[in-house]
Design a protein around this ligand. Structure first.
Ligand SMILES: *Cc1c(COP(=O)(O)O)cnc(C)c1O
Length: 356
């Protein structure tokens, strides 16, 4: 049976990405060699690296003066690299979930960290608003999409200091203004590629002002100077990312992705709001993520959650169990998720309600 893959990450990739990556693994462009066994310094791989970086720039309209880096270590290593390279005395962080919280923890190794606001006390069910950012902060760090809780900051903020964003789970999901950010990073395994590659989009001029010595591998300038080729890059994951970006381009780019994402999220939230048994755990509609749709059963139906989960699995729904810290359900509907799978999920929710 065909499965509908709602996994939060690693997560669904387009059939286009999987097919072309598999072909390259068997035989890269009729070279008689597998992508997995060629030198990262071969002209074939250098072209793949260049093209992937160029596609980032084209699809996100990245202004000149920014570099695109394809690194390893995941978003989690960026929690440390960001303050290593940017935190002189003080940084400001918005605490919107456990990833944001982990970023805070790492930043504290490097200086003073002010958490400007937190929604932790309500299991991160909203995005805090109306906070003040200390004007002497070296940068302000946000997590634009809170993968675990299903909340999202969908607008590019204007702040008077460097804006740094973890966009692991919403990069390429909506049109954005990169010029508002000084640094954007994320693990690629949510909306781009299999696990193993980490993207960083950094404004070059913000680097190099640090007094502390930075170990070579953790210094962004190393990777800018060497075009993300200082050491062996994760070739297979980068190759897959390139195909995903081709696919985005062929679909009409980020605006087309956004249109699809709004439609997918729209029908799912509409059903959650209509349903007599399900409800959203995100209070403010404006905070609802278009990538990770989190929902629960109403209090009076709580004991039916396990039944629904089993029913949904029986209908081919994979990965919809909510994160252990939230409970309930989470449908991750990343760019590669077809509308038809979301329609199937909605149908499954309706049928379960009717049969109750
Ligand atoms: C998945 C995720 C991470 C962790 O990414 P790793 O690549 O596993 O380190 C960090 N931030 C967000 C928002 C995520 O969704």
């Amino acid at each position: 049976m065909k499965k509908h893959n709602f996994s939060a990450g690693p997560s669904i990739l387009s059939p286009y990405t999987i097919k072309h990556t598999a072909e390259g693994i068997l035989d890269l462009d009729q070279s008689g060699l597998s992508l997995m066994e060629i030198s990262h310094r071969s002209k074939e791989f250098m072209a793949i690296m260049d093209e992937t970086q160029q596609l980032f720039k084209d699809l996100l309209d990245i202004p000149s003066g920014y570099s695109v880096l394809l690194l390893q270590g995941g978003a989690s290593l960026q929690f440390c690299m960001v303050p290593y390279n940017l935190l002189k005395t003080k940084a400001a962080y918005l605490d919107t979930g456990s990833w944001a919280n982990k970023a805070v923890k790492e930043a504290k190794f490097f200086g003073e960290v002010e958490v400007v606001a937190s929604s932790k006390e309500s299991t991160y069910s909203y995005i805090p608003k109306g906070y003040a950012i200390p004007s002497d902060a070296d940068y302000f760090h946000i997590t634009t999409n809170n993968t675990i809780y299903g909340t999202e900051i969908k607008e590019d903020m204007d702040v008077p200091m460097h804006l740094v964003a973890d966009m692991s789970s919403d990069i390429f999901s909506r049109p954005m203004d990169v010029s508002k950010y000084s640094l954007i990073y994320g693990g690629a395994q949510k909306n781009l590629a299999p696990a193993g590659v980490t993207f960083v989009i950094v404004k070059d001029e913000i680097l190099g002002n640090m007094d502390r010595p930075i170990p070579t591998m953790l210094d962004y300038r190393t990777h800018i100077d060497k075009g993300s080729m200082f050491n062996t890059p994760p070739c297979v994951a980068i190759y897959a990312a390139m195909h995903t970006l081709h696919w985005y381009r062929d679909q009409g780019g980020v605006p087309a992705m956004y249109k699809m994402n709004m439609e997918k999220a729209g029908i799912l939230y509409d059903e959650i709001d209509r349903s007599s048994i399900f409800t959203s755990n995100i209070e403010d509609e404006n905070d609802r993520s278009i990538m990770n749709v989190s929902f629960v059963m109403k209090e009076e139906y709580k004991e039916k959650e396990a039944d629904f989960l089993a029913y949904a699995i029986g209908r081919g729904m994979s990965g919809i169990k909510g994160h252990r810290s939230v409970g309930g359900f989470r449908a991750s509907i990343y760019n590669a998720m077809p509308l038809s799978s979301v329609e199937e999920l909605v149908e499954t929710m309706k049928e379960f309600e009717q049969n109750l």
